[in-house]
Design a protein around this ligand. Structure first.
Ligand code: GZL
Length: 324
């Protein structure tokens, strides 16, 4: 019995060490007055992305970074090439929002091989292939499964009809927020027999594609009375499509979403959207803080989780001035 307890303890300790990034596993970061920091943005096609990029530029000022920032214009392949270029430019540390979970694995592996510590921000990579504390230092971001679950909870608590016919607008195919927001919402909503998801299709986190997909799905499912969008941009696009078709979002169709953009908070105030769970883009200050702590030798947990608020008619007006 004693031997098994010892093994268990040793296994637990190994797991614990594995849970956080120690200098032994991921490349070290020297304590310096100034750092050459790489930020390889995936695209700038919506207010969320633009706000995140600005957050890093603002942090560069306050943290004394020499920031090398790129924009892959929606191409995972270009995002990998951008990281290659940053490695060649001798960055000290990499902040990477991987557009999709699998195609960005080579970028993570190349940075580690070059002795550059990587922090994933706002999205993660396939954990079956790359792990925090081993291939990259940590993931800085929200719990997307919980975001989806919270949207479903709000719907269960606030939907007044007998039957909820749901159309789901998914985010970028293969991205961690799309995968997890789907599983979190779908698993929770399945527990209430009033609801049925009749269609689920990607709108690539984009307003115009969200509108186009909503127009198509509305033809196929004219009885839809709930729209769950994985982000506010697609939700706003869906509202446009529904209004063009003579529907009344907020009256004969309930719109639920995630992010917390200014347009979404305004839609909530106007009674067109029911809820949006926050997914903050403001990663710059957190990146600065975590990087300094890592350089000082502090052990960083594999997931530096960002806590998200929820915005409804009760508080949207209180927060719209800080929204992006
Ligand atoms: C979430 C982020 C998502 C936002 C979208 O961290 O990856 O990407 O929810 C954005 O608005 O396009």
């Amino acid at each position: 019995m004693k031997r098994r307890v010892l093994l268990t303890t040793a296994a637990a300790m190994a797991m614990c060490l594995g849970a956080g990034a120690t200098l032994a596993d991921t490349p070290p970061l020297a304590v310096k007055d100034s750092y050459r920091v790489g930020f390889a943005q995936m695209e700038s096609n919506n207010p969320w992305r633009i706000a995140e990029t600005k957050s890093f530029h603002d942090a560069a000022e306050s943290c004394g970074w020499e920031l090398i920032a790129t924009d892959a214009a929606g191409s995972a392949a270009k995002q990998v090439a951008d990281v290659d270029s940053m490695i060649a430019q001798g960055i000290d540390v990499l902040f990477l929002p991987p557009r999709e979970e699998k195609p960005l694995i080579p970028a993570v592996m190349k940075a580690k091989a070059a002795g550059i510590p990587t922090f994933l921000v706002d999205r993660s990579v396939d954990s079956n292939v790359a792990q925090a504390g081993e291939h990259y230092v940590a993931f800085l971001g929200s719990d997307f499964v919980d975001q989806g679950r919270r949207v479903a909870e709000w719907l269960i608590e606030n939907f007044e009809g007998d039957k909820g016919i749901i159309v789901e607008l998914e985010g970028t195919t293969g991205s961690s927020p799309a995968n997890d927001r789907r599983s979190g919402f779908d698993d929770r909503i399945a527990e209430d027999s009033r609801f049925e998801i009749v269609a689920s299709q990607t709108g690539d986190f984009a307003r115009d594609m969200g509108r186009q997909v909503m127009e198509t799905l509305l033809q196929a499912h004219p009885d839809v009375n709930v729209v769950y969008a994985h982000n506010d941009e697609m939700a706003i696009g869906a509202i446009q499509a529904l209004e063009l078709a003579g529907r009344k979002p907020g009256e004969d169709v309930t719109i639920v979403s995630i992010d917390g953009t200014r347009d979404a908070l305004q839609a909530i105030i106007d009674g067109k959207m029911g809820v949006t769970v926050e997914s903050s883009p403001f990663f710059g200050p957190l990146a600065c803080d975590v990087m300094k702590r890592y350089a000082s030798g502090e052990e960083i947990p594999g997931w530096v989780k960002v806590e998200d608020r929820i915005f409804t008619i009760d508080n949207a007006a209180d927060h719209i001035d800080e929204a992006y």
